[in-house]
Design a protein around this ligand. Sequence first.
Ligand code: COA
Ligand code: MG
Length: 359
Amino acid sequence: MPRLPSALPRLIPPPRLLTAIAHLQHHHPSSHLPRTSSHFQQQQRNVARALSTAAPAKPATEAPVGRTERARRAVFYVPGSDDRKLAKSRKLVADSLIYDLEDSVPLNRKGAARNAVFQALEQFDVGKSEKTVRINAVGSGLEVDDLSVVLRSRHVGALVVPKVQSPKDLEFVSRMIDSIAPEASRANIRVLACIESALGVLNIRDIANADARIDGLIFAAEDFAADTGLVRTPSRTEFLYARQRVATAASAFGLQAIDMVCVDYQNPDVLEEECREGREWGFTGKQAIHPNQLETIQRIFSPSPSDIERATKIVEGYQEHMKKGIGAFNLDGKMIDMPVVKWAERLLAKAKMMNEQSA
Ligand code: COA
Ligand code: MG
């Protein structure tokens, strides 16, 4: 059994970690940071001073990173403080499992949850599912300890960063990955940024473009409602602007867009409707909180057999008409031209990628 890194937060940090910590102290002075020697504290102050006068920080990612082609249709939260649910996660089919250290874990269980999640990362066989961890928000005072524990595992596929307000939050997380994660797995760790405040929605362009590790944007409706004071309605119209902005920003930067949780988890009709709406708006996946949501989400965010059949007819029809010098043609009473062909090609590429992922 791997040794738990219980002493990790008290280690003397290497230089790159110092830089990350200095960055955090500069932007989030309230964070509770690991204790260091006075020599290192002086160094941190020097680095913080240097950072405050330097040009805006560039992403510090050292290893070459590229966008993954991994589908994330259902991304499923598993509370890190619930042993029964953690164990259950081994038997569930979801593209991504999010072992949660944030809002499903009470304050007095944060330490135990970190250790339980570390064990889940190290030991659980979850088949083709991706293992991800939602840390506590940058600036919460808990994030350094979260990262110091979970990043010791080689099995972190992605970090989910909640309550992202500015690109600096993600620059910090990426520096911590460079500082702490094992060299062999460092380059493969991706980041998913949660947009759950009015400021996050306003800053989304900079957030989406903050770091090469970012794979996707997640919209979190409940925190957004708490932040803005909007009134929740069954129509979800109150989220229209924020959700469409998230989906559009994700598309602009080639990222995945992961839609809100359906909290009405015992009502399959509401889930089905939310999934269809999200997919029609350009979301590529959806957060899930209960096992009974997984099949619907995985299915609706995959191209259906009829989508694939139609897309194939469009592409083949276009190639035939091209040979005759015709760019626009009729297929089953609808006009097909280049944008429709591009849409069809994109859908077929996505279907191929998802097939390969589940093969
Ligand atoms: N992860 C793993 N297993 C889960 C699960 C989850 N998120 N939600 C439910 N289960 C399991 C239960 O443990 C139970 O397993 P068992 O039959 O072996 O006992 C089974 O699925 C059925 O669960 P059920 O009894 O219907 O639900 P519950 O009352 O135990 O829990 C919730 C309901 C909403 C509290 C629970 O689904 C949950 O905690 N979801 C995640 C919440 C979360 O992470 N929120 C933060 C992100 S928004
Ligand atoms: Mg939240």
